[in-house]
Design a protein around this ligand. Structure first.
Ligand code: CTP
Ligand code: CA
Length: 233
């Protein structure tokens, strides 16, 4: 399905892609994390390299994936590690795509030793809000870079997927937001998280919206880089 010759429209560009989930330690053997496979981020990195970009792929927790050829892969686990790696690589980048599923919260305290079951009822885990890497990139760290976010939305009784997407784009202040429509009820095995295909919209801060048809993660990646290349000029 990929065209025989890809455009070399990212030649000379440095792009940063984050992929996978972040995992926050609870004690030396336990983490709070999520089921992001990293497939969309890896597809973005692979396609960008094929189109001529120098790619830094900041990879959190992922499924067992083959690293794309010809990319600089930086492996991280926690949100703080991802933040440092992304900000560092973004300093001389033309564009940053945050495809990672960043943990919104982390355990407030990390036990120095393995937590024992004991005989008492379990205590609650206290959580602290994580930094918003995407919002920080836009406002403090690398203003002026092209920044792309990803959002998985379901819609509810009051708002549809698109209006949640537009609100998130405005709140984050990024240039482009890929909005994946995921089924209401959010089953643990929905396609956008673990399957092969995505569908949704590509929303621009200029008010543009492009529908992304159901297709492969490589096809979605190609649409994202089309929009990035057009904006980089
Ligand atoms: N993101 C980030 N840092 C965070 C949380 C999210 O950089 N601490 C990025 C994600 O990589 C993604 C975008 O922000 O590109 C949107 O993530 P999402 O979870 O949809 O947005 P939140 O602001 O966390 O809102 P909510 O989870 O409440 O919908
Ligand atoms: Ca979130």
């Amino acid at each position: 399905e990929e065209p025989a010759t890809l455009p070399r429209d990212l030649e000379g560009r440095h792009v940063v892609v984050s992929a996978g989930g972040t995992a926050e330690p609870l004690d030396p053997v336990r983490t709070l994390g999520n089921r992001s496979s990293g497939r969309q981020g890896y597809a973005l990195a692979r396609v960008a390299a094929q189109r001529g970009a120098h790619v830094t792929l900041v990879a959190g927790t992922t499924a067992d994936l083959e690293p794309p050829a010809a990319v600089d892969l930086v492996a991280v686990r926690t949100t703080e590690e991802m933040r440092r790696a992304v900000v560092d690589a973004a300093k001389d980048a033309d564009a940053v795509v945050m495809a990672a599923a960043v943990a919104d919260f982390r355990p407030t305290a990390v036990a120095g030793f393995k937590i024992k079951k004991g005989d008492d009822e379990p205590t609650a885990i206290h959580l602290t809000r994580n930094p918003d890497i995407l919002a920080e990139l836009v406002t403090e760290q690398v203003p002026g870079r092209l920044v792309v976010g990803f959002a998985a939305e379901t819609g509810d009784e009051d708002h549809d997927v698109l209006s949640y997407g537009r609100a998130k784009l405005a709140r984050k202040g990024c240039d482009l937001l890929v909005v994946n429509a995921v089924g209401a009820g959010g089953g643990a095995h929905h396609s956008a998280f673990e399957g092969a295909d995505n569908e949704g919209w590509l929303l621009g801060s200029d008010g543009s919206s492009v529908q992304l048809p159901m297709g492969s993660k490589a096809a979605l990646a190609a649409r994202v880089w089309d929009a990035v290349a057009a904006r980089l000029g």
